[in-house]
Design a protein around this ligand. Sequence first.
Ligand SMILES: [Zn+2]
Length: 228
Amino acid sequence: MSDAETLTKAAVLILLGPPGAGKGTQARMLEEDFGLVQLSTGDLLRAAVAAGTEAGKRAKAVMEAGGLVSDDIVLAILKDRMAQPDVARGIILDGFPRTAGQAAALDALLAEAGQRVTAAISLEVDDEAMVGRVSGRYTCGTCGEGYHDEFKKPAVAGTCDKCGGTAFKRRADDNAETVRERLKAYHDQTAPLIAYYDKLGVLERIDAMGPIAQIRTGLGAIVNRVSA
Ligand SMILES: [Zn+2]
């Protein structure tokens, strides 16, 4: 795709968004559109442990002891990973940094390589609309087809459009209260990070309540602009 050609230097993107905002979907689209590679903390750790790198061995020891892998180990693993040729166009970080302290440590690491965060993109949601979206979900107990109390009801009430099944399931953690708690936890955790990147002048906000294709276009415009 021609979009990829417009990136003159490796992009370092940080995607921020609460559960249900479509972060995973949009990250995959950015991979497709720009040749970027999404790096999630979990995947990074697993790969480093499997590869038996120095940092991977340290991570493995900590995890086997039931501990939390420290920031410096995560950063060492990230540094190794960023030296590999498949990420030459840039990366999308997912799950790291989570705190302003980690963000500062990441900046120091990037500075060593003459790089910096290109953009921290916040997928902005309307909390109450999200509660409605997520908490109304249910699925067919037979074929797994997804439905929604408001947005996607079966044509015949109580009967699955796809398989005719009449048993439906709801996930216990999809109720309104749980969704509100998840959103609050996200905002509490992310607010310092948002403030950090805002101060650096690299914060971008995008409305994540619209159709997926529209968000994709908006994200693409941001990436083109910040990488130019
Ligand atoms: Zn069904």
